[in-house]
Write a protein that binds this ligand. Structure first.
Ligand code: SAM
Length: 281
Protein backbone atom coordinates (compact mmCIF):
# COMPACT_ATOMS: atom_id res chain seq x y z
CA UNK A 1 0.00 0.00 0.00
CA UNK A 2 1.22 3.47 -0.86
CA UNK A 3 1.19 5.75 2.19
CA UNK A 4 0.53 9.37 1.26
CA UNK A 5 3.45 11.71 1.98
CA UNK A 6 2.71 14.74 4.15
CA UNK A 7 3.90 18.15 5.14
CA UNK A 8 4.39 18.16 8.92
CA UNK A 9 4.30 21.42 10.88
CA UNK A 10 6.52 20.70 13.86
CA UNK A 11 6.85 22.82 17.02
CA UNK A 12 10.31 23.09 18.61
CA UNK A 13 11.36 24.57 22.00
CA UNK A 14 11.39 28.32 22.80
CA UNK A 15 14.40 28.00 25.11
CA UNK A 16 14.62 24.87 27.20
CA UNK A 17 15.59 22.04 24.85
CA UNK A 18 13.65 19.57 26.98
CA UNK A 19 10.43 21.13 25.70
CA UNK A 20 10.11 19.02 22.57
CA UNK A 21 7.57 16.26 22.23
CA UNK A 22 8.39 12.60 21.56
CA UNK A 23 6.25 12.81 18.44
CA UNK A 24 8.21 15.83 17.18
CA UNK A 25 11.53 13.96 17.53
CA UNK A 26 10.07 10.87 15.88
CA UNK A 27 8.73 12.99 12.99
CA UNK A 28 11.99 14.93 12.48
CA UNK A 29 13.83 11.59 12.33
CA UNK A 30 11.52 9.92 9.86
CA UNK A 31 10.95 12.70 7.31
CA UNK A 32 13.10 12.99 4.18
CA UNK A 33 13.66 16.72 4.52
CA UNK A 34 13.32 19.47 7.12
CA UNK A 35 12.56 23.01 5.96
CA UNK A 36 14.05 25.33 8.58
CA UNK A 37 14.14 29.10 9.00
CA UNK A 38 17.84 29.23 9.83
CA UNK A 39 19.57 25.96 9.03
CA UNK A 40 22.66 26.72 11.15
CA UNK A 41 20.53 27.51 14.18
CA UNK A 42 18.38 24.40 13.70
CA UNK A 43 21.41 22.19 13.10
CA UNK A 44 22.35 22.68 16.76
CA UNK A 45 18.93 21.44 17.90
CA UNK A 46 19.12 18.49 15.47
CA UNK A 47 22.56 17.50 16.79
CA UNK A 48 21.22 17.70 20.34
CA UNK A 49 18.28 15.44 19.37
CA UNK A 50 20.45 13.07 17.31
CA UNK A 51 18.49 13.85 14.13
CA UNK A 52 20.49 13.64 10.89
CA UNK A 53 17.76 14.52 8.38
CA UNK A 54 18.77 16.96 5.65
CA UNK A 55 17.89 20.62 6.30
CA UNK A 56 16.77 23.11 3.68
CA UNK A 57 16.34 26.82 4.28
CA UNK A 58 12.88 28.39 4.16
CA UNK A 59 12.62 31.87 5.62
CA UNK A 60 10.44 34.96 5.17
CA UNK A 61 12.54 36.21 2.24
CA UNK A 62 12.47 33.03 0.15
CA UNK A 63 9.21 31.38 1.24
CA UNK A 64 7.23 32.41 -1.84
CA UNK A 65 9.98 31.33 -4.17
CA UNK A 66 10.71 27.95 -2.53
CA UNK A 67 7.30 26.76 -1.40
CA UNK A 68 6.24 25.22 -4.71
CA UNK A 69 9.43 23.13 -4.92
CA UNK A 70 8.77 21.82 -1.40
CA UNK A 71 5.16 20.96 -2.24
CA UNK A 72 6.37 19.18 -5.40
CA UNK A 73 8.68 17.01 -3.27
CA UNK A 74 5.74 15.98 -1.06
CA UNK A 75 3.70 15.19 -4.18
CA UNK A 76 6.59 13.01 -5.39
CA UNK A 77 6.31 11.02 -2.16
CA UNK A 78 8.82 12.69 0.16
CA UNK A 79 7.77 13.56 3.70
CA UNK A 80 8.75 17.10 4.67
CA UNK A 81 8.73 18.81 8.08
CA UNK A 82 8.61 22.55 8.59
CA UNK A 83 10.23 23.99 11.71
CA UNK A 84 11.04 27.58 12.72
CA UNK A 85 13.83 28.96 14.91
CA UNK A 86 11.67 28.55 17.99
CA UNK A 87 8.18 27.48 18.97
CA UNK A 88 5.36 26.80 16.57
CA UNK A 89 5.91 27.65 12.89
CA UNK A 90 3.51 30.26 11.45
CA UNK A 91 3.07 31.95 14.87
CA UNK A 92 4.92 35.21 14.04
CA UNK A 93 7.11 32.96 11.89
CA UNK A 94 7.23 31.77 8.26
CA UNK A 95 5.02 28.98 6.92
CA UNK A 96 1.67 30.59 6.12
CA UNK A 97 2.33 30.72 2.39
CA UNK A 98 3.62 27.11 2.32
CA UNK A 99 0.63 25.70 4.25
CA UNK A 100 -1.87 27.65 2.13
CA UNK A 101 -0.24 26.43 -1.08
CA UNK A 102 -0.16 22.83 0.20
CA UNK A 103 -3.85 22.93 1.03
CA UNK A 104 -4.75 24.52 -2.30
CA UNK A 105 -2.96 21.67 -4.07
CA UNK A 106 -4.46 18.88 -1.97
CA UNK A 107 -1.26 18.07 -0.06
CA UNK A 108 -1.94 16.73 3.43
CA UNK A 109 -0.73 19.03 6.23
CA UNK A 110 -0.22 17.41 9.65
CA UNK A 111 0.33 19.38 12.89
CA UNK A 112 2.87 18.13 15.41
CA UNK A 113 1.95 20.52 18.24
CA UNK A 114 4.16 21.75 21.01
CA UNK A 115 5.26 24.94 22.65
CA UNK A 116 4.47 28.51 21.64
CA UNK A 117 5.47 31.61 23.63
CA UNK A 118 1.94 33.06 23.51
CA UNK A 119 0.29 30.03 25.14
CA UNK A 120 3.19 29.52 27.56
CA UNK A 121 2.91 33.14 28.69
CA UNK A 122 -0.85 33.28 29.18
CA UNK A 123 -0.82 30.05 31.15
CA UNK A 124 1.24 31.73 33.91
CA UNK A 125 0.08 35.35 33.56
CA UNK A 126 -2.75 35.33 36.06
CA UNK A 127 -4.80 37.33 33.54
CA UNK A 128 -8.15 36.13 32.17
CA UNK A 129 -7.35 33.35 29.70
CA UNK A 130 -10.82 32.28 28.59
CA UNK A 131 -10.76 34.85 25.77
CA UNK A 132 -7.66 36.60 24.50
CA UNK A 133 -6.37 38.44 21.44
CA UNK A 134 -2.93 37.71 20.01
CA UNK A 135 -1.53 40.71 18.12
CA UNK A 136 2.03 39.40 17.62
CA UNK A 137 4.66 42.07 16.87
CA UNK A 138 3.66 45.73 16.83
CA UNK A 139 4.92 48.00 14.02
CA UNK A 140 8.50 49.19 14.52
CA UNK A 141 7.88 52.93 14.14
CA UNK A 142 6.49 54.71 17.22
CA UNK A 143 3.70 56.57 15.36
CA UNK A 144 2.35 53.41 13.72
CA UNK A 145 2.80 51.49 16.94
CA UNK A 146 0.74 54.02 18.88
CA UNK A 147 -2.02 53.90 16.25
CA UNK A 148 -2.24 50.09 16.60
CA UNK A 149 -2.23 50.31 20.40
CA UNK A 150 -5.10 52.83 20.27
CA UNK A 151 -7.22 50.15 18.56
CA UNK A 152 -7.02 48.09 21.76
CA UNK A 153 -7.93 50.89 24.16
CA UNK A 154 -11.43 49.50 24.76
CA UNK A 155 -10.64 45.83 24.13
CA UNK A 156 -12.05 43.83 27.05
CA UNK A 157 -10.11 40.63 26.30
CA UNK A 158 -6.51 40.09 27.39
CA UNK A 159 -4.26 41.34 24.56
CA UNK A 160 -0.95 39.61 23.88
CA UNK A 161 2.04 41.10 22.05
CA UNK A 162 5.50 39.84 21.14
CA UNK A 163 8.40 42.24 21.64
CA UNK A 164 12.15 42.35 21.12
CA UNK A 165 14.79 43.81 23.49
CA UNK A 166 15.62 46.94 21.48
CA UNK A 167 11.98 48.05 21.37
CA UNK A 168 10.77 47.07 24.82
CA UNK A 169 11.20 50.45 26.53
CA UNK A 170 9.62 52.42 23.68
CA UNK A 171 6.66 50.01 23.61
CA UNK A 172 6.09 50.16 27.37
CA UNK A 173 6.22 53.96 27.31
CA UNK A 174 3.66 54.09 24.51
CA UNK A 175 1.43 51.61 26.35
CA UNK A 176 1.58 53.88 29.38
CA UNK A 177 0.49 56.84 27.23
CA UNK A 178 -2.36 54.96 25.57
CA UNK A 179 -3.73 52.78 28.40
CA UNK A 180 -2.81 54.88 31.46
CA UNK A 181 -0.67 53.98 34.42
CA UNK A 182 -3.21 51.87 36.29
CA UNK A 183 -3.83 49.31 33.50
CA UNK A 184 -2.20 45.99 34.44
CA UNK A 185 0.46 44.40 32.29
CA UNK A 186 2.30 41.11 32.65
CA UNK A 187 5.79 40.95 31.25
CA UNK A 188 6.96 37.40 30.46
CA UNK A 189 10.67 37.46 29.65
CA UNK A 190 13.01 34.63 28.61
CA UNK A 191 10.37 31.94 29.19
CA UNK A 192 11.80 28.48 29.92
CA UNK A 193 15.35 29.93 30.01
CA UNK A 194 17.79 30.69 32.84
CA UNK A 195 16.63 34.27 33.38
CA UNK A 196 12.92 33.56 33.10
CA UNK A 197 10.98 36.49 34.60
CA UNK A 198 7.22 36.77 34.94
CA UNK A 199 6.18 40.05 36.46
CA UNK A 200 2.75 41.62 36.60
CA UNK A 201 2.03 45.17 37.79
CA UNK A 202 0.27 48.37 36.80
CA UNK A 203 1.83 49.99 33.73
CA UNK A 204 3.24 52.95 35.70
CA UNK A 205 5.45 51.01 38.14
CA UNK A 206 6.17 48.23 35.65
CA UNK A 207 7.51 50.69 33.09
CA UNK A 208 9.72 52.33 35.75
CA UNK A 209 11.02 48.94 36.89
CA UNK A 210 12.07 47.92 33.37
CA UNK A 211 13.65 51.32 32.64
CA UNK A 212 15.66 51.27 35.86
CA UNK A 213 17.19 47.83 35.32
CA UNK A 214 19.08 47.14 32.06
CA UNK A 215 18.88 43.38 32.74
CA UNK A 216 15.10 43.54 32.42
CA UNK A 217 15.48 44.96 28.91
CA UNK A 218 17.37 41.88 27.65
CA UNK A 219 16.06 38.78 25.91
CA UNK A 220 12.70 37.90 24.44
CA UNK A 221 9.37 39.22 25.67
CA UNK A 222 5.69 38.46 25.67
CA UNK A 223 3.57 41.37 26.91
CA UNK A 224 0.09 40.59 28.19
CA UNK A 225 -2.24 43.53 28.66
CA UNK A 226 -5.25 43.24 30.93
CA UNK A 227 -8.51 43.91 29.08
CA UNK A 228 -10.35 47.21 29.58
CA UNK A 229 -12.85 47.14 32.42
CA UNK A 230 -14.88 50.27 31.63
CA UNK A 231 -15.78 49.70 28.02
CA UNK A 232 -18.01 52.46 26.62
CA UNK A 233 -20.80 51.26 24.37
CA UNK A 234 -20.43 51.55 20.58
CA UNK A 235 -22.39 54.83 20.33
CA UNK A 236 -20.08 56.51 22.86
CA UNK A 237 -17.04 55.40 20.87
CA UNK A 238 -18.50 56.80 17.64
CA UNK A 239 -19.42 59.99 19.47
CA UNK A 240 -15.84 60.35 20.66
CA UNK A 241 -14.54 59.75 17.15
CA UNK A 242 -16.89 62.38 15.70
CA UNK A 243 -16.01 64.88 18.41
CA UNK A 244 -12.27 64.30 17.94
CA UNK A 245 -12.55 64.88 14.19
CA UNK A 246 -14.60 68.05 14.61
CA UNK A 247 -12.49 69.68 17.35
CA UNK A 248 -9.51 69.36 15.06
CA UNK A 249 -11.32 71.68 12.64
CA UNK A 250 -13.74 73.82 14.69
CA UNK A 251 -14.00 75.65 18.02
CA UNK A 252 -15.09 73.15 20.66
CA UNK A 253 -18.38 74.92 21.35
CA UNK A 254 -19.43 74.51 17.73
CA UNK A 255 -18.09 70.95 17.54
CA UNK A 256 -20.06 69.93 20.69
CA UNK A 257 -23.23 71.50 19.29
CA UNK A 258 -22.97 69.57 16.01
CA UNK A 259 -22.26 66.23 17.73
CA UNK A 260 -25.15 66.88 20.11
CA UNK A 261 -27.50 67.55 17.19
CA UNK A 262 -26.41 64.39 15.37
CA UNK A 263 -26.32 61.97 18.32
CA UNK A 264 -28.80 63.53 20.74
CA UNK A 265 -26.12 63.51 23.48
CA UNK A 266 -26.01 66.28 26.08
CA UNK A 267 -24.21 69.38 24.70
CA UNK A 268 -22.63 70.38 28.02
CA UNK A 269 -21.28 66.86 28.59
CA UNK A 270 -19.86 66.83 25.07
CA UNK A 271 -18.22 70.20 25.68
CA UNK A 272 -16.66 68.80 28.86
CA UNK A 273 -15.50 65.68 26.96
CA UNK A 274 -13.96 67.89 24.23
CA UNK A 275 -12.00 69.78 26.91
CA UNK A 276 -10.74 66.44 28.30
CA UNK A 277 -9.68 65.36 24.82
CA UNK A 278 -7.69 68.54 24.40
CA UNK A 279 -6.06 67.92 27.77
CA UNK A 280 -7.59 71.12 29.19
CA UNK A 281 -9.09 69.50 32.30
N1 SAM B 1 7.05 30.88 16.70
C1 SAM B 1 7.30 31.42 18.01
C2 SAM B 1 6.20 30.98 18.96
O1 SAM B 1 5.54 29.99 18.68
O2 SAM B 1 6.04 31.58 19.99
C3 SAM B 1 7.49 32.91 17.97
C4 SAM B 1 8.59 33.38 17.06
S1 SAM B 1 8.78 35.10 17.01
C5 SAM B 1 9.86 35.28 15.65
C6 SAM B 1 9.87 35.44 18.33
C7 SAM B 1 9.17 36.20 19.45
O3 SAM B 1 8.43 35.30 20.25
C8 SAM B 1 10.16 36.87 20.40
O4 SAM B 1 10.55 38.15 19.95
C9 SAM B 1 9.31 36.97 21.66
O5 SAM B 1 8.42 38.05 21.58
C10 SAM B 1 8.52 35.65 21.60
N2 SAM B 1 9.29 34.60 22.29
C11 SAM B 1 9.89 33.54 21.73
N3 SAM B 1 10.51 32.81 22.67
C12 SAM B 1 10.31 33.43 23.86
C13 SAM B 1 10.72 33.19 25.18
N4 SAM B 1 11.47 32.14 25.49
N5 SAM B 1 10.32 34.05 26.15
C14 SAM B 1 9.56 35.12 25.85
N6 SAM B 1 9.15 35.40 24.60
C15 SAM B 1 9.52 34.57 23.61
Amino acid sequence: MNIEACLYIVATPIGNLGDITLRAVETLNKVDLIAAEDTRHSQRLMSHLGVSTRLLSLHEHNEREKSQAIIDKVKEGQNVALISDAGTPLISDPGYFLVKLAQEQGVKVVPIPGVSAVVTAISVSGLPSDRFVFEGFLPAKSGNKQRVLELFKFESRTVIFYESPHRIVDTLELMLTVFGESRRLVLARELTKTFETIKGDSLGPLCEWVKSDANQQRGEFVLLLEGAVDVPDESEIDQDKMLALLIAELPIKKASKIVSEVTGANKKELYQRALEMQGKV
